[in-house]
Design a protein around this ligand. Structure first.
Ligand code: GLC
Length: 744
């Protein structure tokens, strides 16, 4: 019977498959499978692979749908990918059309902005970078991938690795701050977390490293604005996290909206082909940003969409997000011999390669199962992981007279401010399917720490960004009745993120005036900040006794902040960005050049403003603890090495305070003189270490020539002989140092 069944089945299969050309991959390499597929694809079907359309995920909250026209396009093999289509049911339905109704049954790849969570919302990326804990960040990304893949998503438009030195730029919140090394470590952690060990695994998401490149250098911190930087700055600073992400195995990149010194990224052959493909030998594919190909016309580098399509495809953009330029114009360009069909073939190949690596040909639905989806999202483990990384992301900026931690039998505490009871703002931007009803507010977190003997008084005080002071009186009364005040202020969750640039870094609205009014009551004010960028808060810094940087920590924001405020977690976060003392100070970053007249508080003729100090409010890498760490015995394995040799660095770190705690030991290097000017220091290593009170540990690091190399006067990435300084310490300013020489 079995034999008879098999032959009948085979016969039926052959007959049926004659109507559809069924590609059932044999045991051949992926490339030969792609060769076979490309050989039978029509030009329309190849261009279809290069086309990404957006589902409608804004009209019906929590749902996403595609139009009938889009369904028809799928049937014709005219869509390679959808973005913004999520949910096991919704993605399965669309995949079913591709697999059962299109001629070649090429699976769709579903992309979504899983930036800091799908359903469980984790801290915004800038906050996670403040943890300086790549293991925790990798775990966060892994959980995000497990949730999103259970909802039918195969591809996330993350990690965003743009270096940001101007805090007015709203998208600073989506990255890892101002430093290329910290940014590289975080990029690697996120790629590994999203992609897992094998892209074909059911819980893997293809990473999409963005925005390639230089987006964070937008003039004036104005989103989408012109970027005009040297090739050396591009390579030494902005490209480093991208290369780290690629080296970690990232399977796709997304190019940026901005131009780089006259050439928009979407048409930038030097970036997308010379560097990405030829120099870096990347075999992944490049996605445009939303309509960034169409915007080449607006940039003024393409006369029309057909020219835009030609520029983009020949520069190296493989897939067109939502501009329609590829769908509408590529065929004419190819038929009219304006571009070679080989260029289209190569882009289609890269996209098909990713789909094979994801296992979508063998298993197009992967773990796309509505029942499974319910078991994978918002689990206890996911929420616990979100709380853990949130606590690690909190930065203690000030704690005079040990105002913190608070005691749990405090008699009366006032929790005041427009963000104290907010459920939506702590999720930040790109919260996607995060449900604010699940957010633990600061007010709830504080209440959960106190017993029945304590009284908690809440007052909003004012709105985040309005001028009304009608709520001040109630807030002042609450303060007068309390022993201590927790004041939760900052920005709205969507005052940063895309199109979220602000002209001022000061606290919005009348929040600072509220702080002053509460300060006048004479009760200790503990300020908790919620923000997506550095804020210029000199008055708070000079006057209130304690300040906690709480960022946008996601669902568990209030629980994490309460753990820190009441000493259940000793804060260990460090700033991934410089906090300027005034908006006028930006761009502000620690790894700046010396100039011939370094800014100095006492030297008039130095690089500074007359009306403010040249020093930041809080430097890169800054963060206090409830304990104290002392550094000593910085030793080097040699005081002279040859080019190419490693040098070992050791430093003793002692917990000299009264609490066990974690310290981020930071190692910086300065190349004293080079064939081009060099930064005054650059972060090259860090380690987060737990020390019991009274405990000392010897921290050891190895620096290689790659850590000392830079793009020299001839644009050669190399180490130059000369004197170097190594610094070790608790932030980018409080350091001990030692010198060594590199010889030919
Ligand atoms: C946006 C963003 C990009 C995002 C994409 C899809 O415009 O620039 O970061 O991934 O569109 O939502």
């Amino acid at each position: 019977m079995k034999q008879k069944f098999t032959s009948v089945f085979t016969l039926a299969f052959i007959v049926l498959s004659s109507f559809f050309t069924v590609i059932k991959p044999q045991d051949k390499t992926i490339e030969s499978k792609i060769d076979s597929l490309l050989s039978i694809m029509t030009l329309d079907e190849k261009i279809g692979q290069l086309t990404q359309l957006s589902a409608n995920s804004w009209e019906f909250p929590g749902k996403s749908v595609i139009s009938d026209e889009q369904k028809e396009a799928v049937k014709k093999g005219g869509v390679g990918s959808f973005l913004n289509l999520f949910g096991a049911e919704a993605t399965r339905q669309v995949q079913k059309i591709a697999i059962e109704q299109s001629r070649l049954k090429i699976p769709i790849i579903f992309g979504y902005d899983v930036i800091h969570g799908y359903k469980t919302t984790f801290p915004v990326p800038l906050a996670e970078a403040a943890s300086w804990d790549p293991e925790a960040v990798e775990k966060s990304s892994r959980i995000q991938a497990i949730e999103a893949s259970a909802a039918g998503i195969n591809w996330t438009f993350a990690p965003m690795v743009d270096i940001a030195r101007d805090a007015r730029w709203g998208r600073i919140v989506e990255g890892s701050g101002e430093d290329p090394y910290l940014g590289s470590v975080m990029a690697k952690a996120r790629v590994k977390g999203f992609q897992g060990n094998n892209l074909a695994d059911n819980t893997s998401l293809l990473a999409c490293v963005k925005h390639f490149a230089g987006y964070g250098a937008a003039e004036g911190g104005r989103d989408y604005n012109t970027v005009d930087i040297s090739e050396r700055t591009l390579r030494d600073i902005y490209l480093r996290p991208f290369k780290a992400a690629l080296d970690a195995g990232a399977g796709s990149f997304m190019c940026s909206f901005n131009e780089i010194s006259g050439v928009p990224s979407s048409a930038n052959k030097h970036l997308l082909t010379d560097i990405f493909r030829k120099e870096w030998k990347a075999d992944g594919f490049i996605l445009s940003d939303w309509n960034s190909i169409g915007e080449l016309v607006v940039h003024g580098i393409a006369a029309n969409t057909k020219e835009a399509a030609k520029l983009a495809i020949t520069a190296g953009v493989d897939m067109d997000m939502e501009s329609g330029c590829y769908k509408n114009d590529l065929k004419d360009l190819a038929v009219g011999k304006k571009i070679s069909e080989d260029v289209i073939n190569e882009s289609a190949r890269r996209i098909l390669r990713a789909k094979y690596k994801l296992g979508l040909f063998d298993n197009p639905y992967k773990n796309c199962n509505p029942e499974l989806e319910k078991t994978k999202i918002l689990t206890k483990e996911n929420i616990a992981a979100a709380l853990d990384v949130a606590k690690k992301s909190i930065v203690l900026l000030k704690n005079d007279k040990n105002t913190l931690p608070l005691i749990k039998d405090i008699k009366t505490i006032a929790v005041i401010g427009p963000l104290a009871a907010s459920k939506a703002d702590p999720l930040g931007s790109w919260e996607q399917q995060g449900d604010s009803n699940n957010t633990v507010t600061v007010l709830e977190g504080v209440k959960s720490k106190l017993g029945s003997g304590s009284k908690v008084i809440y007052s909003k005080g004012c709105e985040i960004d309005e001028t009304g002071k009608g709520g001040f009186a109630d807030a002042i009364n609450a303060a007068k009745e309390a022993d201590k005040i927790i004041l939760v202020i900052g920005e709205g969750g969507h005052m940063s993120g895309e199109a979220g640039s602000r002209s001022s870094l000061e606290l919005p609205g009348v929040q600072e005036e509220l702080a002053k009014a509460l300060y006048e009551t004479g009760k200790p004010v503990i300020a908790v900040l919620m923000n997506g960028r550095p804020l210029a808060i000199p008055w708070l810094s000079q006057n209130v006794p304690a300040i906690v940087e709480g960022w946008f920590l996601g669902h568990q924001a209030g629980a994490a902040i309460a753990d820190v405020l009441f000493g259940d977690y000793n804060p260990s976060g460090k700033l991934p960005v410089t906090f300027p003392i005034a908006t006028g100070q930006v761009p502000a970053y620690y790894n700046h050049k010396s100039t011939g007249r370094p800014g100095n508080d006492t030297v008039v003729f130095s690089s500074r403003y007359k009306d403010i100090t040249p020093n930041p409010l809080y430097p890169f890498g800054f963060g206090l603890s409830y304990t104290k760490f002392d550094y000593s015995n910085l030793t080097l394995s040699a005081n002279k090495i040859k080019i190419g040799e490693d040098i070992k660095v050791a430093v003793d770190v002692k917990n000299s305070g009264n609490y066990d705690g974690e310290e981020v030991v930071q190692l910086y290097v300065q190349d004293i003189a080079g064939s081009v000017t060099r930064p005054v220091k650059e972060l090259k290593r860090f380690k987060k270490v737990f020390l019991k009170k009274g405990e000392t540990k010897k921290m050891e690091f190895t620096l290689t020539d790659n850590d000392l190399a830079f793009y020299n006067i001839d644009m050669k990435f190399t180490v130059e002989p000369g004197m170097f300084k190594v610094f070790a310490g608790t932030n980018s300013e409080e350091l001990i140092s030692a010198d060594f020489e590199v010889t030919e």
